[in-house]
Design a protein around this ligand. Sequence first.
Ligand code: ADP
Ligand code: GLC
Length: 474
Amino acid sequence: MGGRVLSVASECVPLVKTGGLADVVGALPSALKPTGWDMRVLLPAYRALRARAANWPVVWEEPDLWGGSGRVLAGEEAGVPLLLLDAPHLYDREGGPYSGPQGEHPDNAIRFAALSWVGSRIAREGLEGWKPDVLHAHDWQAGLAPAYLAYHGNGGCKSVITIHNIAFQGWAPGHMLGTLRLPGHAFHADALEYYGGISSLKAALVTADWITTVSPSYAAEIMREEFGMGLQGVIANRAQVVSGILNGVDTESWSPQVEDPPFGPKALAGKAACRAKLCEEFGLEVPGPLAIVVSRLTDQKGIDLLPQVVPDFVVGGGGLIVLGSGEPHLEGAMRDLAARFPGRVAVQIGYDEKLSHRLFAGADAVLVPSRFEPCGLTQMYGLRYGTLPVVSMVGGLADTVIGANPATLAAGAATGVTFHPVDALAFGRALDQLLEIHRQPKLWAKLRANAMAHPVGWETSAAAYASLYERLVA
Ligand code: ADP
Ligand code: GLC
């Protein structure tokens, strides 16, 4: 069958990225193409994007967009069909998508309401020759789009909200209800009212035709207090329209065949060469497994556990390279670790896509000790590169990695090491297990082969999104 989907999001690779959301939004259009679903991505024209779109045709004009006018420019970047919302008074600013030199933009509620507003209007009325069948909103930034369709008419367009991270809920004070073009009757605990204010994520959760999240386990977890971040009741109430669809990764750019030197499951000499180069680059000499962390350095990611477990791992022969940026105290803790274990632990604070490739290519293992993880992408890069994932058993980590234990080893199925609960004791034992497996080269080779054979592409998930859209429009 097939049809048209308007994807509404605040990030999209290769234009703007702060996390995995951008990878997913950027990958979906081409992943969906073979299913017959034509997806275009509506994204704010942030400062860095305006120049690229300068000559793109204007396909929509919005005269009254909270203090200025907006227009939508249509074009394509790296195979992603794009609709850029150009509204300089909202988006032509210094800094990232959410903050500038002074921190978070104080008008973020309005900036993303504007994105959602224009998304809902295009969904309802259609562009010339392109009327969407489904509006697919991502995270709180696009959360008001399904709400606007519900409250102002949907013009026959269905809506889906995908939760990439329920920790971010888009809260605004209640007095903004009218300003945000939301009706008085929606200010209600059964609708979008949340702690006396307005949550744009909750608005989507109560109005969208369907709710997805980025792994089946996270879909179940967020109905419980431990993971729901206050919204567990709202999700549980709509359990019959909630599903989890795993993310994939871009298997063309994330391929051991594009690394230097290239390698593959049956040609691992290249991986050994990548490891040697990496050790030289960072001045490391590691007799045991060389682990990496490539991550935002935040509480979610369990980074604070590293200083408690790395010392024993190093004594056991292991080494570690951390690439990441985030909370200053965690950046400091990582620097301290490197200073404590010269030649074994190295840290690079910052964001570096190219280095991240070299790390996955050269390392033996990737550590992902997240407290919660809606999906997670780095464990999947690890699988693809034969860089064994060591992960906590939460969310998408539990859904993508088969931990070594007597049953999975007997079945020859293990692809990594998993642990639970998320604390230093369990994490430390997982690292002991990694060291133990590394001492058995045949077993290590078996796990690595299993990991590299595990499918991490988009095919299955794209088909799942396509069949969801089909069901909604049927
Ligand atoms: P999240 O979106 O919660 O940060 P994901 O695992 O879904 O977690 O996605 C993170 C993405 O960002 C991955 O593509 C990862 O490789 C990338 N990434 C995170 N930190 C860095 C960094 N410091 N340098 C390069 N890439 C990074
Ligand atoms: C969020 C989640 C991460 C997920 C990504 C893409 O940032 O933290 O687990 O992989 O979104 O869906």
